[in-house]
Design a protein around this ligand. Structure first.
Ligand SMILES: [Fe+2]
Length: 311
């Protein structure tokens, strides 16, 4: 008899209910049933309790649930100086993120981890992802237009194109508001708040201690999936409309698409991590919060500056 995928899911569901493990992903449930090393019912229950702690003491951080800056940005009422400041600070973050990502890659504790970090780094600097869902190329769009570059897949076998570097997408937007290459991306253009955030990324997300970097990664991923990309896109759309401009939004739209499908995997990743090695739960929550404090500092810096530039 062949067991279909649906039947498998049904039986995992039944198993989860009878063992008090509802909420675990099917992969983890199957591993517990198969008594894989590290997987058992007691640990499953401890994980569910840990997830509750994370929900309460990490994922409710104001950087995730109450971003006043992006809520304001979304309205599209910013003046040109405020919009330029946003693009400059974001370009600094975008570039200095490469340093944090490189540290993360170097400090990986497995080859698979190193490759996962390398994927992100290579993609950032211009290696397109494949295969995955590649939207049909619209005629007349330049090569490297994020509007038709896949937001899922792998860099393995992907093509490098200068134009596909995320920084270059942001440069296109910057040029529309009168900013040149020489006003973007470098450390010297970052505000104190932006640099604090970027340095925290290198220290925590790119940290040598694997547990610290895992906690920071988890925090950053949940922040990135929390919807701020959509608020930025909405703000740009409204700004474009109000000023009859055509600032290209590819940079923001692409990242939003990427996060939307990445969000689905964060729980699986956390479970994988939790069941594979003993974990200091307190340290995980503390480091995650430290990372989110850095994120909040970045948005707070932008928020303070937009008040300065309001007049
Ligand atoms: Fe990016």
């Amino acid at each position: 008899m062949t067991i279909t995928l649906d039947e498998t899911h049904e039986s995992e569901h039944e198993f989860a209910r009878s063992s008090g493990l509802t909420g675990l992903t099917t992969g983890t449930l199957a591993a517990i049933r198969a008594a894989k090393p590290g997987y058992d019912v007691a640990r499953g229950k401890r994980f569910l309790a840990f997830r509750e702690r994370i929900a309460t003491h990490l994922l409710r951080h104001r950087a995730i649930v109450a971003n006043g800056y992006t809520a304001w940005f979304r309205q599209g009422t910013q003046n040109a100086a405020q919009l330029r400041d946003f693009i400059v600070q974001f370009s600094v973050f975008s570039n200095l993120f490469l340093i944090a990502q490189l540290h993360k890659m170097i400090n990986a504790d497995t080859l698979a981890g190193m490759r996962a970090s390398k994927e992100i780094l290579a993609n950032e600097i211009g290696v397109t992802l494949r295969p995955g869902a590649r939207a049909a190329a619209a005629p007349g769009r330049p090569a490297g237009d994020p509007g038709f570059i896949a937001a899922e897949g792998t860099v393995q076998g992907g093509t490098f194109r200068f134009e596909a570097a995320h920084f270059e997408w942001l440069l296109h937007a910057a040029e529309q508001v009168g900013l040149g290459f020489n006003e973007l991306g470098r450390r010297r253009f970052g505000s104190r708040a932006t640099l604090f955030f970027c340095d925290e990324l290198t220290r925590l997300y790119g940290g040598e201690d694997y547990e610290v970097s895992q906690a920071a990664s988890y925090a950053v991923e949940n922040w990135a999936a929390a919807g701020f990309w959509k608020e930025l896109i909405e703000g740009f759309r409204r700004y474009n409309e109000a000023h009859r401009m055509q600032i290209p939004l590819g940079f923001f739209i692409w990242h939003d698409r990427l996060e939307a499908q990445h969000a689905a995997h964060t729980q699986e990743e956390l479970e994988d991590y939790y069941f594979h090695a003993p974990l200091d739960e307190d340290a995980f929550i503390r480091c995650g919060n430290e990372m989110l404090d850095g994120v909040a500092a970045f948005w707070d810096g932008l928020d303070a500056q937009r008040h300065v530039l309001a007049g």
